[in-house]
Design a protein around this ligand. Structure first.
Ligand SMILES: Nc1ncnc2c1ncn2[C@@H]1O[C@H](COP(=O)(O)OP(=O)(O)O)[C@@H](O)[C@H]1O
Ligand SMILES: [Mg+2]
Length: 300
């Protein structure tokens, strides 16, 4: 069975694209058929990452100017020749031969404006149908195992559509820069609704302490204050276990992964390939752990 995973967040810059892309390449390398779609329609970044200009964009599909089939670009060969640390786990009966198919959003300003137009004019249900259609076509035509969605932050029309078609919702938080109130509100108002329809929501804590950010030594009284203050001090929040506990109890979502801040991954131009290019890097091991977690297990 196919699984559709959406990386989402309340604020921008939490690591959605980095994590979505690395998970996608790792799963493809493991032998799964993966489709990674850039649904961050307001600030697309996959095209710049992969340095590909597709014949058709996701925008063309949403505007009824292209079929779902014609927006996908097979980048499996990009993965060839890179390190091959992670062989596929035998936890499901998948076919041999991983594939990675990408769908890009157009980063041109005028194209982003046009999308706003579509969202406003067209019947909103009609657009949700397009998202469902895209997912279904990926499954039926390409026999995809994992559809991975990179979404826009916050409660925007396009992010809600992406969340609505996902089976797993990965709410990504950047420790040290969390809008706690906004995140909890969004989790309780939006995620619980999707959970009622069968989606499983999880927290992904990104850039926690332990690698390039040292463990904070914080007194418990100042921690307690920090929870209710906006503009928190970075040291107060960084990897603070109390904040993680508070988030899990207030959102009723469990933490599927806590990924330290690895500033060195940012120096690679192809950071989206870190997980397979440098399989021994601790970041890659975290992505491997996530890929092997129960939350991603495919049921037959
Ligand atoms: N675990 C991490 N350690 C270090 N840097 C990270 C980590 N995760 C993401 N980043 C960096 O944070 C920045 C924002 O990440 P990005 O994936 O673009 O966020 P988003 O897609 O949520 O806007 C990028 O420069 C990326 O390299
Ligand atoms: Mg992004």
């Amino acid at each position: 069975m196919t699984q559709c995973i959406a990386f989402h967040s309340y604020k921008g810059g939490t690591g959605k694209t980095t994590l979505a892309a690395n998970l996608a390449v790792l799963l493809a390398r493991r032998g799964y058929r993966v489709s990674l779609l850039d649904l961050d329609v307001y600030a697309p970044s996959l095209q710049a990452y992969f340095e590909i200009t597709p014949a058709n964009w996701i925008n063309d599909f949403l505007a009824d100017n292209a079929d779902a089939e014609n927006i996908l670009v097979d980048v499996t060969s990009t993965l060839d020749g890179l390190a091959h640390g992670n062989s596929r786990s035998g936890n499901s009966g998948q076919k041999n031969g991983g594939r990675l198919l990408l769908g890009f959003s157009n980063p041109k300003k005028e194209e982003i404006h046009k999308l706003e137009g579509i969202g406003g004019k067209q019947d909103k249900l009609q657009l949700l149908r397009k998202f469902i259609q895209l997912r279904e076509e990926l499954i039926s035509t390409h026999n995809i195992d994992y559809v991975i969605l990179d979404t826009s932050p916050g409660i925007r029309y396009w992010s809600i559509n992406a969340l609505a078609v996902a089976d797993r919702l990965f709410l990504t938080l950047k420790m040290g820069d969390i809008d706690i109130d906004g995140t909890i509100k969004m989790a309780n108002e939006i995620y619980t609704s999707f959970a009622k329809f069968g989606a499983k929501p999880y927290l992904v804590l990104n850039r926690v302490h332990g690698y390039c950010v040292p463990n904070p030594s914080v007194h418990s009284s100042s921690k307690a204050n920090a929870l209710h203050t906006s503009g928190l001090d970075v040291a107060e929040q960084t990897g603070d276990p109390d904040i993680a506990d508070m988030l899990t109890s207030q959102t009723k979502m469990s933490v599927v992964s806590a990924i330290p801040c690895y500033c060195d991954i940012q120096f690679s131009r192809k950071e989206f390939l870190t997980a397979i290019k440098y399989p021994d890097h601790p970041f890659s091991m975290k992505i491997t752990e996530l890929a092997s977690s129960d939350s991603l297990r495919l049921s037959n």
